[in-house]
Design a protein around this ligand. Structure first.
Ligand SMILES: Cc1ncc(COP(=O)(O)O)c(C=O)c1O
Length: 381
């Protein structure tokens, strides 16, 4: 079976995770600090703050805005549910905007229609490793005085106009879940160019502790309502070790994507992922649209059931696939609470129902990709 993803660990990673164990210091410590420094230098962002996951990165950052019931925050509907949950925890309302099917990212032409006097911010998502249109988003945000938090969970190694994702907004939030460019098991990173913001994040990840202490043996003062969102030094050490081979890990994904481009291009009913000239795609996932015909509200169910049949065939014949991600506006919690219809954010619903992520991971061979493509070619929609 060719899996959908595979972690890549080598002897250096094995050695790295043992170091904190040998030292006896396993909580947030010197390796977390080193991981943050290496991350800042790779992404060219002034400050990085490691946390326990991409979800807690978003939750922590959103908590800094003092949002409350009645406030609104804009996000794309086609994303992982954690993006919306981070808004929901604050009491503010997530306002879902549809995506552009050619990028799977927020449709920047639909953002201004969603802005009201209650809108406080925008969370663009760089889905599957392709940066959102940050020039357009930042200019809308500036015009309406909105914060911008980049959900860069999938975007380590992704660039727009030569700048790394996570450096465009007020904050960037990364994930180190095992299907991402590097992994620490669970883990996340907040990036920001603003030193005061990073100080606040450091405090909030550690229960709101300040660095003020009257005497070394006394506890800190607690200035903020914080959380325990700390990363362990075991994860930090693994993060440092994974970052040492980041260029190799990213190249492997790009190589795999180029091979899929080559071997799947014969299948005219699959829309392959494409990146414009200003974008460096990191291919956290290689996601295609199953599209034997133009998709509309009338035929989407029929096309989706063929998509599922196709994925079932791939599964039976030895290749794991997944739907790209889900349309959060159509998940029952959000659909019911905000009275949303299937016709709202239709592109997101169509993407949920008709996308296919193919196996991508460091070490996947051309033969494996050819065998996925050979199975795929047999299907007649
Ligand atoms: C777009 C997006 N946002 C947020 C997250 C949450 O990250 P984590 O799984 O590290 O909590 C993910 C994880 O898959 C994601 O894909």
């Amino acid at each position: 079976m060719i899996p959908i993803g595979k972690t890549y660990f080598d002897e250096d990673d094995f050695k790295a995770v043992v170091e904190p164990l040998k030292s006896g210091w396993v909580l947030q410590g010197k390796y977390v600090k080193e991981f943050e420094d290496v991350f800042s230098s790779f992404t060219d962002v002034k400050n990085s703050v490691a946390v326990s996951s991409g979800s807690t990165a978003l939750q922590l950052v959103l908590s800094t805005y003092g949002l409350k019931e009645g406030d609104e925050v804009i996000l794309p509907s086609f994303t992982w549910i954690a993006t919306a949950n981070a808004i929901e925890y604050t009491g503010a309302k997530p306002v879902f905007v549809d995506i552009d099917l050619s990028t799977y990212n927020i449709d920047v032409n639909k953002i201004e229609n969603a802005i009201t006097e209650r809108t406080k911010g925008i969370i663009p998502v760089h889905l599957f490793g392709l940066c959102a249109d940050m020039d357009a988003i930042n200019s809308i945000a500036k015009k309406h005085n909105l914060f911008v938090v980049e959900d860069a969970a999938c975007a380590l190694g992704s660039y727009y106009k030569g700048r790394h994702c996570g450096s465009f907004g007020d904050y960037g939030c990364f994930s180190f879940h095992p299907r991402k460019s590097i992994t620490t098991g669970e883990g996340g990173m907040i990036t920001t160019n603003d030193a005061a913001k990073s100080d606040l994040c450091r405090s909030l990840r550690n229960h709101g502790a300040s660095d003020k202490k009257a005497l070394p043996f006394l506890l800190s003062d607690y200035d903020n309502l914080g959380y325990n969102f700390r990363m362990t030094d075991i994860q930090g050490a693994l993060g440092v070790s994974q970052m040492k081979k980041i260029n190799f890990l990213l190249d492997e994904r790009k190589k795999a994507a180029a091979l899929y481009d080559k071997h799947l291009s014969k299948i005219e009913w699959l829309n392959l992922p494409a990146a414009g000239k200003d974008y460096t795609h990191s291919y956290q996932s290689y996601v295609c649209m199953f599209m034997p015909e133009e998709i509309n509200e009338k035929n989407v169910e029929k096309i989706s059931s063929k998509r599922n049949e196709f994925m079932m065939m791939l599964e039976r014949e030895g290749a794991a696939t997944r739907q790209g991600t889900h349309s959060v506006a159509h998940q029952q919690y959000y659909k019911k609470k905000y009275c949303l219809e299937n016709s709202d954010c239709f592109n997101s619903k169509a993407a949920e129902m008709c996308t296919i992520a193919f196996p991508v991971y460091p070490g996947i061979s051309e033969n494996e990709i050819i065998s996925v493509a050979t199975i795929a070619e047999k299907y007649k929609p």
